[in-house]
Design a protein around this ligand. Structure first.
Ligand code: NDP
Ligand code: OXD
Length: 309
């Protein structure tokens, strides 16, 4: 049994040790040293080369080194009959909450304006609403969205969450289903996007849905770039409908050099860095689940490809 491993930011030894420690084998096959592809039963990957996974005939499970799986599923040659297990990890959840809270506070207190004033040496202070009067809407109430809502409530914000199925989070107005989206957006002084990219969420943030948000709202996107129609967001930023945006994910990554977001004064860019998978905890999680399979069990959570996440 061998494990195909691909993550360009990885320390192979750390992963090898984690697999060995969990009794999950230590025969790691890396790019350029694949050996016999028929030995490979597990793939542990972030953004493998296109077509690569389709070449492993005996693959039992694909483990995503990330909460999202589009880096696997968007490959037209991906072997989608093989179950994909995604990362569920408290470290990633905490990192995401820290990233989102950073930007919520930044926008809530209008630090985006002060950032621009610095260049002009302008000393101008803005009043901001009490936290309880600032409405934050969180799209997606899965492992990350749930924790973000909980922590924003602890900071006293007026939080609305949105998901596909009904949820209950103490102190948070939880709405679900497509028909409630306008209501959610109407309460989004600050919109936080933590949805997976699926056929239903592709292009979800567009001229119409932006129009349903309050004037001068803010957008924080940590989901996937494909959930936003970029031209519509840029137009809304230019008109002032959206005051500013913090974008962590893009349709094309790395963001091309000539992309208009780079120089836009109202856009803050982070390089898909909101919640990078923590090597140690991700390796522990995945190694434990491979061990579980070797013992005859099933890993989790398995992605439901029909639902798209
Ligand atoms: P989960 O799968 O745990 O949660 C997804 C949530 O989105 C669920 O609450 C789900 O609803 C909801 N949802 C899905 N489709 C719809 C829809 N059509 N309408 C309404 N709600 C919907 O995902 P995670 O919290 O783990 O991660 C979310 C996404 O964030 C990932 O898919 C990834 O793209 C991105 N991500 C980005 C990172 C970064 O560093 N930028 C790091 C980690 C994740 P329900 O609960 O009813 O099923
Ligand atoms: C992601 C991740 O899915 O980094 O983006 O986990």
């Amino acid at each position: 049994m061998a494990i195909y491993f691909h993550w360009d930011q990885a320390t192979d030894d750390l992963w090898r040790a984690a697999f060995h420690h969990a009794g999950a084998g230590s025969d790691l096959r890396l790019e350029g040293k694949l050996g016999d592809p028929d030995d490979i039963e597990f793939a542990v990957v972030w953004a493998p080369p296109k077509g690569r996974l389709g070449g492993f005939r005996n693959l039992k499970y694909i483990f995503s080194i990330g909460a999202g799986v589009t880096h696997i599923t968007l490959d037209p040659d991906a072997p989608l009959h093989v179950p994909i297990v995604r990362l569920q990890d408290d470290m990633l959840v905490l990192d995401m909450s820290c990233h989102v809270i950073h930007w919520v506070l930044h926008f809530h207190r209008y630090y985006n304006r002060y950032r621009l004033y610095e260049a002009e040496r302008k000393w101008l202070r803005h009043r901001y609403p009490e936290n309880g009067e600032r409405r934050v809407a969180v799209l997606g109430l899965g492992q990350t969205g749930f924790d973000v809502c909980r922590r924003l409530r602890e900071l006293d914000f007026d939080v609305t969450g949105w998901s596909r199925s009904a949820k209950n989070i103490e102190g948070v107005t939880c709405l679900h289903g497509e028909e409630t989206l306008p209501q959610v957006l109407g309460r989004a002084d600050i919109l936080v996007n933590l949805l997976p990219l699926t056929p239903d969420t592709t292009d979800l943030i567009n001229v119409k849905t932006i129009g349903e948000m309050p004037d001068g709202a803010f957008i924080i996107n940590c989901s996937r770039g494909g959930t936003i129609i970029d031209a519509d967001l840029l137009a809304a930023l230019d008109s002032g409908k959206i005051e500013a945006a913090a974008l962590d994910v893009f349709r094309e990554e790395p963001l091309p050099q000539n992309d208009p977001y780079w120089n836009h004064p109202k856009v803050s860019i982070t390089p898909h860095a909101a919640a990078p998978s923590n090597e140690k905890s991700a390796a522990r999680f995945i190694a434990g689940h491979i061990r579980r399979v070797l013992d005859g069990g099933k890993p989790w959570p398995i992605v439901d490809l029909e639902r798209g996440y």
